[in-house]
Design a protein around this ligand. Structure first.
Ligand SMILES: [Zn+2]
Length: 98
């Protein structure tokens, strides 16, 4: 239960978690059951097809590991966070200044 997904969707078990339970600043990803590879997924595409209210457990069967090709028992997870907008603006400003 140490997966960051449970920190983001506090107090929920995996089977209860919907895509909309993960705030937009988090990067949604998948975790491979076989090799434990973790990588980002195309959240926009998934939510367009299944809806943000869909439970992850109904959609994770379509996850496919890009490293070992495993297609079973993979789960959604969180693989990081997007930079908050002010920091991005600051980096851009610094680059222009340099
Ligand atoms: Zn794998």
């Amino acid at each position: 239960m140490s997966d960051p997904l449970y920190t983001v969707a506090t107090g929920k078990f995996y089977f209860q978690i919907r895509f909309e339970d993960v705030p937009q600043q988090y990067i949604l990803g998948g975790r491979c059951f076989c090799c434990n590879h973790r990588g980002p997924v195309d959240r926009k595409r998934i939510e367009k097809r299944w809806g943000a209210a869909a439970q992850m457990r109904w959609v994770d069967r379509y996850l496919h590991c890009l490293v070992c090709d495993n297609k079973i028992e993979n789960m959604f997870t969180v693989v990081g966070t997007y930079l908050p907008a002010p920091e991005v603006a600051e980096v851009v400003a610094l680059r222009k200044a340099g």
